[in-house]
Ligand binder design. Sequence first.
Ligand code: BGC
Length: 737
Amino acid sequence: MSRPSRSFRISRTFRFVLCAGLVAGFFSNAAGDVLTRPCPAETRADSVLRLLTLDEKIALLHGHSMFTSGGVPRLGIPELSMADGPTGVREELERDSWEPLNWTTDSSTYFPAGPALAATWNRDLAVRYGEALGEEARARGKDILLGPSVNIIRTPLSGRNFEFLTEDPYLNAEIAAGYIRGLQSRDVAACIKHYAVNNQEAMRNRIDVRMSERALREIYLPVYRAAVEKAGVLAVMAAYNRFRGAYCSENEYLLNTLLKDTWGFRGVVISDWGGTHSTTPAALNGLDIEMGSRGPYDRYYFAGPLRDSVLTGSVPERVIDEKARRVLFVMFSLKTAESANRHRGSLATEEQFKTACDVAAEAVVLLKNTGNFLPLDARKIRSLAVFGENATHRHAREGFGAGVKTRREITPLEGLERKLRGRAEIRFAQGYAEKYNLVETGRRWRMRIPDSRPDSLLIQEAVEIARTSDAAVIFGGANRTIESEAYDRPDMRLPFGQEALIRAVAAVNPNTVVVLIAGAPYDLAGIDSCVNALVWGWFNGSESGTAMADVLFGDVNPSGKLPFTIPVRLEDSPAHALGAYPGEDFTVEYKEDLLVGYRWFDTKRIDPLYAFGHGLSYSAFTYDTPWTDRGTYGAGDTVRVFCSVRNVSRFEGAEAVQLYMRHRDAPVPRPVQELKGFEKVFLRPWEEKEVCIRVPVRDLAFFDDREMEWAVPAGVYELLIGASSRDIRGKTLIHVE
Ligand code: BGC
């Protein structure tokens, strides 16, 4: 084990003194019995606020290192320590640069990336994921974890799709709320990001996003509202981009009007790193903490200049008080001053790897399985050909932005080797080469665009091996250089000539499975028809290889469902069909309005290649006709929708039963169907269970942009129950009065 650096030792000691003695002593002396009696974090925050000077309050409001905001040493108030997220606690960096400290004590678990978690459609797993992350963040001494990352997947090309969750606002909110609850139960604040509408990386630092009020409220904001109202999220990160003209970090409407005044958010708004553009507008319009990349920290907008704005009267001191109160509120909510009661956490334990493995296993999506080709039978396979760089590529720590330094990332090849050890021969060949062309970006770095030319020698080698093997598995897809923060993909093509490899191998071995390791839609139309089995594997965390081998050989029955639509062609998807990406003159108009993802495909009757919510199992499930507990409901009621689902197979399996709503004769245009509920049901062989999905009538509302309020007009609503958005198995009607 290496020795922690000196600065770490000092800050550890400092923290210990603060937590064990100074803070407790300070708090009880300074604030009297308020702090010796159990009392709300707000009351405590108020008591401490009264003791702070203007400079001390301002110190709380800006970065003092890359990942800490300031504390008040005089009173033993510690810095708030933050770490990226969203899929694992980032390694320790130098205080003042992006350089890693190269400790040996900061390796964390690498958890499956955002869409993988969403693909489980399992709220309990989202909570476990959050809890495990929280354990690790605490063990690493963090107060705030910079996640979840929840921007809606609007275009297949957005570089950060791999860390977002989904294209659907309901699934987004349900999974994010679980993640946040789990994380915060470990005394770590979640920082939901990026608020708001940071749906593309292209021009993200300047782009001005425009859309209707309805699209904003119905598609892009529900996740944040749920995070505040249902999960009590303690921090929100303001996005880099602009919205209706104003930067998100100084956007009065987003920050003050909606987040704080309408939803009642009590925590802190933190800027994205370097995403603050002013002092007075940002201060008045709702930003609380300015963070950035490197110092000098006393020159930040929210440092000296903020002090000057108060002294000259352009920012009233009560605005500073309000921000400092929020920071203190977060600290008290996290038990920062109660070291004895605060979660201590644990790092990269077997329990955390187990959580990563369970999520990974439930995340895998079986897209296609013609003739029940999968699972592979380990007793029958003597030789298994394995191809593709993604069989051996580790994805935890790559690309621009936050990666996870981890001691364990089981690759698919390793997973298969463990599974088949002593039972079958594995014949691995590279199949394709990860080659890139460098493209100037006009900035300090050059973009690496994957070369799509096939490598004929590698293909030939693979074909020879495949010809004489019992089955072949090709691991294709992307990596985190291709899908990355800071830039979008130029197209949806499978990289590195993978299509040619897949066709050639499938032509000589009919027992070919393709596994795609990726976090966003790719063009699969060219390979879909030439293989019997297609599996989506995601950037699936520390145990991705274990989970994949378990799925391929039937030890895990797949139950993942796509959290986004895979279009046949890029031009079929809404933003591209309408020429509404990436925008012109640094402005993008979301012309598709409400019709994002499957809402577009279904309303416009365009067939996707694989639909939102699609995912097969080794089991088959039958659904009975759904019914509801009543026929007529009032606005304050909750509809209970029942449906019996039966596993008609000899495998234990799980099914995410989905509920879509269709508003008949709606007074305003609405998508033909919208997800309003789901329940994942676990069934033994031949078992039948009655699934109950609860839908509060208020969730059927649309946003009435004339009255500026949510409305559920009286009328008939169809409730559709299905195995995917395109596999509806039954429906029932309700009347709303
Ligand atoms: C990203 C954030 C991240 C921050 C700190 C920014 O570039 O947009 O998601 O939390 O950097 O690493």
